[in-house]
Design a protein around this ligand. Sequence first.
Ligand code: ATP
Length: 330
Amino acid sequence: MRPDVELIKVTKRYGTTAAVDAISLEIPSGSYCCLLGPSGCGKTSTLRMIAGHESISDGDILLAGRNVTELAPAERGTAMMFQSYALFPHLTALENIAFGLRMRGVGKAERLARASEYLRLVQLEAMAERLPAQLSGGQQQRVALARALITRPKVLLLDEPLSALDPFLRTRMREELKRLQRELGITFIHVTHGQEEAMALSDLAVVMDHGRIAQAAPPRHIFERPASAFVARFIGGHNVLDLPEGRFAIRTDRTTLSPPPGGARLSGRVTAVEYQGTAVRVVVQAANGQSAEALLPDHLFHAAPVAPGEAATLGWDTAAAHRLPAPTPA
Ligand SMILES: Nc1ncnc2c1ncn2[C@@H]1O[C@H](COP(=O)(O)OP(=O)(O)OP(=O)(O)O)[C@@H](O)[C@H]1O
């Protein structure tokens, strides 16, 4: 299938620094793509270049095979949902949603009919006549989502859409986004800081580091085969260890306090024990300074508990160790 969105050596320079450094990426049609990475890695700049809100210093962007590099945002077939929902305070939920069509010259009756349809899509029928101030944060966000979707974009761009919500609402809204994307079958490109959010949502996760793509793959592939120590550390759930045989990423949930026969091990002292409900996190530091942790099911931990300061040995099956590229010499 032809990719919906293609970035070809896309670069964004601010002055002399490259915020986005010649990235190439293909996003398949109808997929949920998350751009993630630490603050300042270039996620938002990339999204804004796709939307046309930021000029491209070098490279090309193709949407559905059409080169849109020089096109204005409204000519691209994209819509953007911002971090701050920016609803008009004096318009009702329904009118806010209809607004996107007013800009496109659609008549009033049709605007309101279509807005009702999208209000239903985000399950807010009962709130049609409310002003934004009379809606909760999550409801305002759904209005903003409907307002972006009503223009029937081919690609919806979302800039940290869940960051202002409390954890409970965030999980609900996450499900909602995924449901909408599936039902509408359009491509979503979603910028997030959160690896858990990206894992939960994406068909394609793109981990960025200093303006470059560190890895782009389905999240399970990234979790099972991180391409570098940076990726393994960023997505979490891994110990990155320099062993005599090389550098490895070992999943913390495959690391135990009872080393398997023939497996690899790291001995040292327990430096932290953290209860997390279903699991207990145990951190061990070896004499050479390397730390590793095991995420143990709570019943296993409580069957043979350890405490900070005690000697302990972490172990793992060698098959669970994923080899990483050797560190580059300093
Ligand atoms: N208008 C600008 N002028 C100069 N530098 C900028 C501008 N916008 C962004 N930058 C720089 O470009 C780099 C990438 O910024 P960008 O906002 O794309 O990162 P990000 O990954 O989205 O970060 P965050 O998660 O903090 O939003 C950063 O170093 C940032 O300081």
